[in-house]
Design a protein around this ligand. Structure first.
Ligand code: UDP
Ligand code: MG
Length: 305
């Protein structure tokens, strides 16, 4: 029986994979493990590199997607394939310190935790604006979803089999893993580490990609934006009633009806803007419902071992 399954999503990581493999071997040589690389439709030689490792070491397995389906899908595919009592997800770029594995393993195996998570405590070498938005995002999503989504938590974690099965039992297509990890519950111990730069290659996250990811997560885990627009609507409804009363009284007292068209234009523009915004938010939820009802698979596997 395999003790630990390592799930490594890889998208264009040809330089990193051999280094990762060597480092991992050093850390876990005495544990019975399997190493599952999930090639997320890489355009470089990632798959070839993985296949070479898999041919030489029978503990190395892989899945290869027919195209790029994203890291979330790659992680799920790996979880589904995994057979270990414990499952670890880690990045191929060595930004996740593998020497933490021992402590994480001990926390779950001996100290009664179901999951050992990790979080970056510094955001060194990151653009300040990016860090700022990231922190705000965590604040908003925590407040609006009521779930303890930890700031700076990485996807690098070690989980017990029951927790992995719980994650796999969620069938939604919009996989916001940070939310899903929090939603399934289980006792999690967090290990902290300083930010480490990628060994090679580039991050796949542009600022826009992160923004879209954040909004998707918010919509997936909270109906707060919908409440927000309802309350906004209510507020403007009462405001307009007050305004009507004000106009009536002013007309009765002063008898003047023609003044004030610039303010009127402003109000019309303002209300039009608010309405578009609200329709947009509604549309986001509708789009999510549309995607969920299609029930497409999260990924397509081209080959595997
Ligand atoms: N990754 C993936 N599919 C993608 C993007 C990324 O499988 O579409 C993998 C990538 O190869 C790496 C991990 O997910 O192992 C984290 O990606 P990245 O380093 O770009 O993210 P960051 O560390 O900057 O958050
Ligand atoms: Mg990275």
């Amino acid at each position: 029986m395999t003790e630990i399954s390592f799930i490594i999503p890889c998208y264009n990581e040809q330089e990193n994979i051999p280094v990762f493999y060597e480092k991992l071997l050093k850390e876990v040589s005495e544990i019975d493990f399997e190493l599952i690389f999930v090639d997320d439709g890489s355009e470089d030689n990632t798959l070839a590199v993985i296949k070479r490792l898999a041919a030489a070491d029978e503990r190395v397995k892989y899945l290869s997607f027919s195209r790029n389906f994203g890291k979330e899908a790659a992680m799920i595919a790996g979880f589904e394939k995994s057979t270990g009592n414990y499952v670890v997800s880690a990045d191929a770029d060595l930004q996740d310190p593998l020497n933490l594995i021992h402590d994480m393993y001990k926390a779950v195996k001996e100290d009664g935790y179901d999951c050992a998570g990790t979080r970056r405590v510094t955001r060194k070498n990151e653009a300040p604006l990016r860090s700022f938005f990231a922190r705000q995002f965590y604040k908003i999503i925590r407040a609006s979803s009521g779930m303890n989504i930890v700031d700076g938590a990485r996807d690098y974690r070690l989980m017990s089999r029951p927790m992995v099965n719980a994650i796999l039992s969620l069938t939604e297509r919009n996989r916001f893993s940070k939310g899903i990890f929090a939603w399934v519950g289980f006792k999690t111990k967090y290990f902290e580490f300083e930010n480490i730069n990628r060994t090679a290659g580039e991050t796949k996250w542009s600022f826009w990609a992160l923004l879209v990811y954040a909004l998707d997560g918010l919509i997936a885990f909270s109906a707060m934006p919908l409440y927000f627009i309802s309350i906004l609507g209510l507020f403007f409804f009462f405001l307009s009633i007050l305004f009507i009363i004000f106009i009536i009284i002013r007309t009765l007292v002063y008898g003047d009806v023609m003044r004030g068209w610039p303010s009127l234009a402003c109000i019309i523009l303002f209300m039009g803007g608010i309405q578009l915004l609200c329709t947009g938010i509604l549309g986001q939820y509708a789009a999510k419902i549309y995607n969920e009802t299609k029930k497409r698979p999260l990924y397509i596997i081209k080959e595997s071992k």
